[in-house]
Ligand binder design. Structure first.
Ligand SMILES: Nc1ncnc2c1ncn2[C@@H]1O[C@H](COP(=O)(O)OP(=O)(O)OP(=O)(O)O)[C@@H](O)[C@H]1O
Length: 247
């Protein structure tokens, strides 16, 4: 495995008794877990279970109402380093009103990459995701699959230590899904820690080293993938895997 990001690490990430409330409603509670430096963690669970919230809390987009989220690695105390070593890809990519290439160079500028490096890194990332020919096009006119590849290229250019992906394939056709899955594997083999939500069981089986199962705002399992798919610990996960309606 070759490291994309060198030196001291943010990871592991530790959550201890994390709770998240909004408008008087408890949306996540009692979440404790530890994400180690390497691996692919897939977060599963029914709609509204709290999967996206959990990932946004980990990424720092939301603050817990109670409990603690701590990056326990050597760089974890440094807020700027924390931001710069993470990337997130959403179900619907968020693109600026400028060219595909400029979307990537802009992200690099925000993260403090020297101007002299930005263009080359951005072009390499676009090439890697098969977008080299259309880098000049406005990002917002690209197709859904192309935009998702652009979101991945943008994340790739940032060389994150950890990448969060929130249902990145839910609106895509099989070819585009394959491209995203290949990209996820590429990140993993480059040493990026992968954390991803999906509703696609086949995809979870293909990608997961371990599975976090969330149901009704609680973390019911954090289990190695082979064990989760063959012998889930919770009745809810077992029902979910049988295709029964769980909520
Ligand atoms: N900012 C917010 N304010 C109030 N409620 C919220 C907020 N964000 C999420 N929720 C609620 O929290 C619950 C969990 O949402 P979340 O998006 O984490 O679910 P999910 O497991 O990712 O579901 P899905 O599979 O449908 O994407 C939902 O009931 C949602 O309506």
């Amino acid at each position: 495995m070759t490291e994309m990001s060198q030196g001291a690490s943010l990871l592991p990430l530790e959550l201890d008794g994390v709770r998240f409330e909004r408008e008087g409603q408890v949306l996540l509670q009692g979440v404790s877990l530890r994400l180690e430096r390497y691996g692919r963690t897939i977060i599963m669970g029914p709609n509204g279970a709290g999967k996206s919230l959990l990932m946004r809390l980990c990424h720092g987009l939301l603050k817990p109402s109670a409990g603690r989220i701590r990056w326990a690695g050597g760089l974890g105390g440094n807020a700027l380093a924390r931001r710069r070593r993470q990337a997130m890809v959403f179900q619907r990519p968020v693109m600026l009103r400028r060219s595909a290439l400029a979307n990537v160079t802009y992200a690099l500028a925000v993260e403090g990459v020297p101007r002299s490096e930005r263009q080359q890194r951005a072009v390499q990332a676009l090439d890697r995701f098969g977008l080299g020919e259309i880098g000049h096009r406005p990002a917002r006119v690209l197709s859904g699959g192309e935009q998702q590849r652009l979101a991945l290229a943008r994340a790739w250019a940032l060389r994150p230590e950890i990448l969060f992906l929130d249902e990145p394939t839910s609106a895509l056709d099989p070819a585009a899904i394959k491209a995203v899955e290949d990209a996820v594997q590429g990140f993993y083999h480059s040493g990026t820690r992968v954390v991803m939500t999906t509703h696609d069981l086949g995809q979870a089986r293909r990608l997961a080293d371990d599975v976090i199962f969330v149901c009704r705002g609680r973390l019911l399992e954090y289990t190695p993938a082979a064990e989760f798919f063959h012998q889930p610990r919770s009745a809810e996960a077992a029902a979910f895997l049988r295709g029964e309606l769980v909520w």
